[in-house]
Design a protein around this ligand. Structure first.
Ligand code: PMP
Length: 355
C-alpha cells in the first residue's frame, strides 16, 4: 500500500488565542490589550497616509522605524530587529537560535506559545517548575547546559517580576546558549534587562507595541541584542519573507514612538488602576501573585476558576482561563479602564455574596 499525503503532513497542536467577541457591549479583559487608544499621532499618521504607497513593496529593512527605535531606546540600529508582533520575533528567534538538539528551558507556568513553537520547530524542551509562590526558580535555570532559555519578565500569566539581578544570574550562567527575555509587559513597572545586551552577546530582549503602546492590531514587535545575534536573526527572516512590516505599520510605529509623554501617561494610568484593582480583589477575598504587568492572576477559595470564568462570561465580562493543574483555579484579568474595572467589581461583589 502506498502512503497517503496526509501521513506526510507536519501536524502540530496550535496555540489558542484569546477570544475576540464580536459584540461591542462587553467588558473585555481577556487578552491583555490596552484599554486606551494608541497615541493621537497614530491617528494622524493613518489619516495622512498616502494610499498609493501600497502599490510598492514596503522598505524590507524598516529603516525609518528602526531608526526611531534606536533613538528612543539608545541602542544602535544594527542591534534592533523588528517583526510582526513579538510572536513573530519570538518564533524567528526559536528557529534561529534553538537548533542544537539540546533541550531548551522555560517555566512550567508561562506564555503558552513557547511549547507550541517548540513543537512546531521540533525543538526538545524542559519546563522548569515555578516555586510554590509562583516565583521563578532562578537556580534551576543556572545549570549551564541548556540548548536555549526563554523567560518572560514579568512572567505571564502570573505577572511577577523576577528582577534584573536574578535574570542576569541566569544569563551569566548560560554562555553556551541564547537567553531570550520576553519583555512584552515590562513597561508596566518592571525593570528592563536591555542595558545587559552590551555585557552579554547571547542575550536577546524582546518587546512589543501590542500592550503598552496600545497597538495589538498593528502587529509590531521588536528585539534588542548583540550585532551578531541580530544579524543571524535577519538572515533567517530574509529566508522566509523580506517584507514583514507593511508600509502603514511602519508609519504608525514611528508615530507611536513620537509621543513619549502620552505613552508614559497611559502606562501610569494602567499601573494605578492595577494597584486599585489589587485592593479591591483582596477585599473580595481573592489572592494573587503581586503583578507588575497589565493583568492580575486571581484565585478565590469559594469558587473554581472555571465556574467564575463562565459566570463572568454569561454576564458579558471576558477574562482568560487556562487549563492545566497549576493554573486552572485562576483567571487572568487584564486591567481595563476604571469604568470597566468598576463593572467587574460590581458583578463580583454580588456574585460572591451568594457563595
Ligand atoms: N509574550 C508574551 C508573554 C505575551 O503574553 C504575548 C501576548 N500574547 C506576546 C509575547 C506576543 O505579543 P505580540 O505578538 O502581540 O507582540
Amino acid at each position: 500500500m502506498s502512503s497517503t499525503w496526509e501521513e506526510k503532513v507536519h501536524k502540530v497542536t496550535p496555540y489558542t488565542p484569546g477570544e475576540q467577541p464580536k459584540a461591542l457591549d462587553v467588558i473585555k479583559l481577556n487578552t491583555n490589550e490596552n484599554p486606551y487608544p494608541p497615541a493621537p499621532a497614530v491617528k494622524r499618521a493613518i489619516a495622512d497616509f498616502d494610499y498609493e504607497l501600497l502599490r510598492k513593496y514596503p522598505d524590507p529593512t524598516a529603516s525609518g522605524l528602526i531608526g526611531v527605535l534606536s533613538d528612543t531606546y539608545s541602542v544602535p540600529a544594527d542591534q534592533i530587529f523588528v517583526g510582526v508582533g513579538s510572536d513573530d520575533v519570538l518564533a524567528m528567534s526559536f528557529l534561529t537560535f534553538f537548533t542544537s538538539g539540546e533541550g531548551i528551558l522555560f517555566p512550567d507556568v508561562t506564555y503558552s506559545f513557547y511549547d507550541v513553537w517548540a513543537g512546531e520547530f521540533r525543538i526538545p524542551y524542559e519546563t522548569v517548575p515555578l516555586k510554590e509562590d509562583m516565583s521563578l526558580d532562578i537556580d534551576a535555570f543556572c545549570r549551564g547546559t541548556a540548548g536555549g532559555i526563554v523567560i518572560p519578565n514579568p512572567n505571564a500569566p502570573t505577572g511577577l517580576d523576577a528582577g534584573t539581578g536574578a535574570l542576569e544570574k541566569i544569563i551569566k550562567s548560560n554562555p553556551q546558549c541564547v537567553v531570550i527575555i520576553d519583555e512584552a509587559y515590562v513597561d508596566f513597572g518592571a525593570e528592563s534587562v536591555l542595558p545587559l545586551i552590551d555585557k552579554y552577546d547571547n542575550l536577546l530582549v524582546t518587546q512589543t507595541f501590542s500592550k503598552s503602546r496600545a497597538m495589538a492590531g498593528s502587529r509590531l514587535g521588536f528585539a534588542f541584542g548583540s550585532k551578531k545575534l541580530i544579524k543571524y536573526l535577519n538572515d533567517v527572516k530574509y529566508s522566509f519573507n523580506s517584507y514583514t512590516i507593511d508600509a502603514l505599520t511602519q508609519k504608525v510605529g514611528i508615530a507611536s514612538l513620537s509621543d513619549p509623554d502620552y505613552f508614559k501617561m497611559r502606562c501610569l494610568a494602567i499601573i494605578n488602576e492595577r494597584e486599585r484593582s489589587k485592593k479591591r480583589f483582596r477585599e473580595l477575598g481573592f489572592d494573587f501573585p503581586d503583578s507588575r504587568s497589565n493583568f492580575i492572576f486571581v484565585h478565590h477559595n469559594k469558587v473554581s476558576g472555571e465556574e467564575l470564568f463562565k459566570a463572568l462570561r454569561d454576564n458579558n465580562i471576558f477574562v482568560r482561563h487556562f487549563e492545566g493543574e497549576r493554573v486552572q483555579d485562576f483567571n487572568r484579568v487584564t486591567i481595563g479602564t476604571p469604568e470597566e474595572m468598576d463593572g467587574l467589581f460590581d458583578f463580583l461583589k454580588k456574585y460572591l455574596e451568594n457563595k
